[in-house]
Unconditional design. Structure first.
Length: 302
């Protein structure tokens, strides 16, 4: 068998549009013809003469290949569809889906690690801790996640998002250094790092999940942030999460006109507490204040 399988999605599947997007992202062909397809996606019936992905419910799919049935379960419909597609493809080639899934994850991780290293290389390193801004944000994001009792997979994801959140800053400082006629535009360019970073990462399929954080981590709860003026829960959860810790690190390490110089950790904590529900997600802000006070009682400030 020397071709990639062609998929057909029948109209019974309620998440047909999402499924088409996933198939397109994975470079598979979606056919409008049942007869010319190799793998069928359905939520009503299975087809005896073809490999079929039969979605029984939101967190379970059954892959049938003549008399062979394999059940797949997942808590998220996106992951369930993606894994089901990979599984059915390996049945098509008579192989093990998990080998490809592992290879795909390792490839994504390689791209992410390369970009994280690039971010750290371009950032200023603190002489006392040997950590850059993104490394500190990742450190506190990880510790805060543990404090909140998040599971290992989510902690790993949050740490990765924290490392990538300022990817759009790469090149901005260099542009300002070598184009002195534009130095007065630095503030504007600085604001644009959220848009620049989100456009860059949106071109990398493997890192699409990080785009909302990169774009929206400078949005404020009351809608006065940038670049889109989002407010409240319009702001993606992880953008609110990373954005809060990002603000704390900037305020305590970077002299800016906005906050009239570097704030002490306590001054920054007081600011967050006073602006809970104004600039910051009230639940996250209150929990972060509790966390950071507890952390600083036992550990050295990073």
């Amino acid at each position: 068998m020397n071709k990639f399988p062609t998929f057909f999605i029948d109209n019974s599947f309620s998440d047909k549009t999402l499924c088409e997007k996933i198939l397109n992202r994975m470079k598979f062909t979606v056919s409008t013809s049942f007869d010319n397809s190799d793998i069928i996606i359905s939520s009503k019936r299975s087809y005896d003469d073809k490999i079929c992905i039969f979605f029984e419910k939101q967190n379970r799919a059954v892959i049938s290949n003549n008399s062979d049935f394999t059940a797949i379960e997942d808590s998220k419909i996106f992951n369930l569809i993606e894994l089901s597609i990979l599984k059915s493809t390996f049945l098509f080639y008579d192989n093990n889906v998990y080998n490809l899934y592992d290879l795909k994850d390792r490839y994504r991780n390689k791209i992410s690690k390369f970009l994280q290293a690039l971010v750290v290389t371009m950032e200023v390193e603190d002489k006392d801790t040997n950590m850059s801004h993104s490394q500190r944000v990742a450190f506190y994001s990880e510790e805060f996640s543990k404090f909140l009792g998040k599971d290992d997979d989510e902690i790993k994801k949050i740490k990765e998002l924290a490392m990538l959140h300022d990817i759009g800053r790469i090149g901005i400082e260099q542009l300002m250094l070598f184009t002195p006629t534009r130095i007065n535009d630095f503030e504007t360019w600085d604001l644009e790092h959220t848009v620049t970073g989100s456009i860059f990462l949106s071109s990398i399929d493997e890192l699409w999940f990080s785009v909302p954080v990169v774009r929206s981590h400078h949005e404020f709860w009351n809608g006065t942030g940038y670049p889109d003026g989002l407010s409240g829960e319009e702001i993606p959860y992880y953008a609110r999460y990373i954005g809060l810790i990002d603000w704390f690190d900037i305020a305590t390490h970077t002299a800016t006109s906005e906050y009239e110089g570097i704030l002490s950790p306590q001054q920054a904590i007081d600011f967050i507490s006073n602006n809970s529900g104004i600039l910051f997600d009230p639940i996250l802000a209150n929990k972060f204040v509790e966390f950071i006070n507890n952390f600083l009682e036992k550990n050295k400030f990073v």
